[in-house]
Design a protein around this ligand. Structure first.
Ligand SMILES: [Zn+2]
Length: 347
């Protein structure tokens, strides 16, 4: 595949003709050598349209630096290390400059600057930067530990930024950890998770979706809707949507970590006491963000939501009890997604 595109026309000094004229700025896929490994990346170069023989392309020095960065980022993406853009995103998340970020982690002043421009971080440093992002409490501890590297005013400002993020995300981080620890034996793609690793962000969006478009959404009903969404997606596309693993339980399919997942932050859970019974009603907390889903996923969610919108918990339990996924498995057994192929047709 030879992708070579014109991205801009620039009036500039052409080193080939030695005069100022209009130059083509182009990109193309090429290969480069980074740390002894060949990587594919997209480079930028200039083409002189006036010269038609021999050398008619060149790369100015600043673009050469940009190309090197792109090659290194391709290497990092391949090695699953943070790219320079991702590192900058983490800083932005807490409103940090490059030297703030370095100081906060107890590193040399220009360490982060180098990671964003030329040096490739090793895995230990990579993990620390990642941890700062996923766990704002870790960010806060790091900052406090290196307080003396900041002016009092700067320290206060950054601390406030981090605390805002803790309030926003700290709880989500802990919830995710809890759920992930229950899924530790299901990290490989298999027929138990529908050939998809658990995707908690997706799960959170799916629960948010149902909370908006389904009536009487109590816990038991939500669990069945999740199973139908995952199973229908599996039947149509050979993969589950969320990666949840379901067990055969007396009230139908129940995902592992069912108690934890209703407390994800896209929804609010209201406890209703009816006689001696506590019922958990799930109501929307955030707007549905349609871009969280692919078109295929939206089609599945719509089918499931429409089919069961007005069902009471008991009705959906009875409906599920007739599924092969239920009749062909035993209590406490994990329901393999292969049985989703036998799903009754949803109206
Ligand atoms: Zn020229």
């Amino acid at each position: 595949m030879n992708r070579d595109y014109l991205i801009n026309m620039i009036e500039a000094d052409c080193p080939i003709c030695n005069k100022v004229h209009s130059l083509e700025m182009r990109t193309r896929f090429t290969q480069g050598l980074v740390k002894g490994e060949v990587v594919d990346y997209e480079e930028i170069y200039f083409l002189c349209p006036l010269s038609d023989e021999g050398e008619n392309e060149f790369v100015p020095a600043d673009i050469m630096d940009e190309n090197l960065l792109r090659a290194r980022d391709a290497y990092r993406a391949h090695k699953r290390l943070l790219t320079s853009i991702e590192i900058a995103k983490i800083r932005d998340f807490y409103g940090l400059t490059q030297s703030d970020f370095s100081a906060m982690l107890g590193w040399g002043d220009v360490t982060v600057t180098r990671y964003e421009s030329k040096t490739i971080q090793d895995e230990t440093y990579d993990n620390i930067m990642r941890m700062t992002y996923v766990n704002p409490m870790f960010a806060l501890e790091s900052l406090d530990k290196h307080k003396d590297r900041f002016t009092a005013e700067r320290y206060k400002k950054i601390r406030k930024n981090i605390i805002d993020r803790v309030e926003e995300l700290g709880n989500l981080y802990l919830k995710k950890q809890e759920i992930n620890s229950l899924y530790v034996s299901y990290q490989d793609e298999s027929e138990f998770n529908g050939y998809k690793q658990l995707d908690i962000n997706k799960l959170s969006s799916v629960i948010g979706y149902f909370s908006h478009f389904v009536n009487n959404l109590y816990k038991v009903k939500l669990m069945k809707l999740l199973w139908y969404a995952d199973s229908l997606h599996f039947r149509r596309h050979g993969k589950s949507m969320t990666g949840l693993v379901y067990k055969h339980m007396p009230y139908g399919a129940l995902p592992i970590a069912f108690d934890e997942i209703i407390y994800l932050p896209t929804v609010k859970v209201i406890e209703e006491v009816i006689y001696d019974d506590i019922r958990y009603k799930i109501v929307p907390y955030k707007e549905v963000n349609i871009s969280d889903f692919s078109l295929e996923e939206l089609a599945v969610l719509e089918t499931v939501a429409n089919a069961f919108k007005d069902y009471k918990s008991r009705e959906i339990i009875n409906y599920m009890h007739e599924e092969k996924a239920y009749t062909n498995t035993e209590t406490y057994q994990i329901i393999p997604y292969s049985l989703a192929k036998e799903l009754k047709d949803l109206k």
